[in-house]
Write a protein that binds this ligand. Structure first.
Ligand code: ZN
Length: 234
């Protein structure tokens, strides 16, 4: 293979490698939890926590009401037992029972309100959990595809690297330096092909004189008069 043809091969490898690297860096960003998923997870956790708080509040109120009922019953038993005879003591016992009853009523109200809140939230929690599951499922599917693509591209990249090593070892060192230097200056493309007498890189017509030099001396480095890239005629 003539050296210019090798440079053209090298250019193809380098262009592909560049695309692969670009895609790999996109994948790196994509292979993290999506904003949708984070939002759904946060929302569900917040609702679950609120739900739990209302249930604990209800449970606490229920236990307090039970304990108040016991105290009321004890006081009522004492009142009925006939052991207390002093009118002042009786009056005080009676008003203490009434106070306990008021306290119990208020606690029972709190309990009912908390239960209603918790039940209302049950539906929201279920909806949020279902949404989270849907988002998670679609994210997992896309992740599986992306992970596969990532692994495939990494393997491909290694293969390109090996191909490049073999090829550069076979190219004249000075020519290779010129190629690398030009690639740096010309946005990654040092070698252009000719399609219908037009430079594939800058799309300008290549003068016939240049074309004939290119055809007669295939191993000589000929550059595009317009963009300066190395021309390769198939
Ligand atoms: Zn050109």
């Amino acid at each position: 293979m003539a050296d210019i043809a090798k440079l053209h091969e090298l250019q193809k490898i380098d262009t592909t490698s560049q695309k692969v690297r670009r895609r790999l860096s996109q994948l790196k960003a994509l292979l993290t939890e999506s904003d949708d998923l984070t939002a759904a997870r946060t929302r569900t956790a917040a609702l679950e926590q609120e739900h739990q708080q209302w249930y604990s509040q209800q449970k606490t109120a229920e236990l307090e009401a039970q304990s108040l009922n016991t105290r009321i019953k004890e006081s009522e038993n004492r009142l009925m037992s006939g052991q207390v005879r002093n009118p002042k003591e009786l009056e005080s016992l009676q008003s203490s029972i009434e106070a306990l009853q008021r306290q119990r009523d208020s606690v029972e109200n709190t309990s009912v309100e908390a239960l209603l809140k918790a039940e209302e939230l049950t539906e929201h929690v279920t909806t949020a959990r279902n949404q989270l599951q849907t988002v998670q499922k679609s994210w997992s599917t896309s992740q599986a595809e992306l992970t596969e693509e990532d692994a495939k591209l990494k393997r491909g990249y290694l293969h390109l690297k090996k191909q490049r090593e073999t090829l550069t070892a076979a190219v004249d060192k000075t020519l290779l330096q010129q190629y690398e230097h030009m690639r740096e200056r010309k946005g990654g493309t040092a070698v252009a092909t000719i399609e219908n007498e037009i430079c594939s890189s800058c799309n300008v017509k290549v003068p016939s004189g240049v074309l004939s030099t290119l055809r007669s001396q295939s191993d000589r480095m000929v550059t595009c008069p317009s963009c300066g890239r190395i021309l390769y005629a198939k």
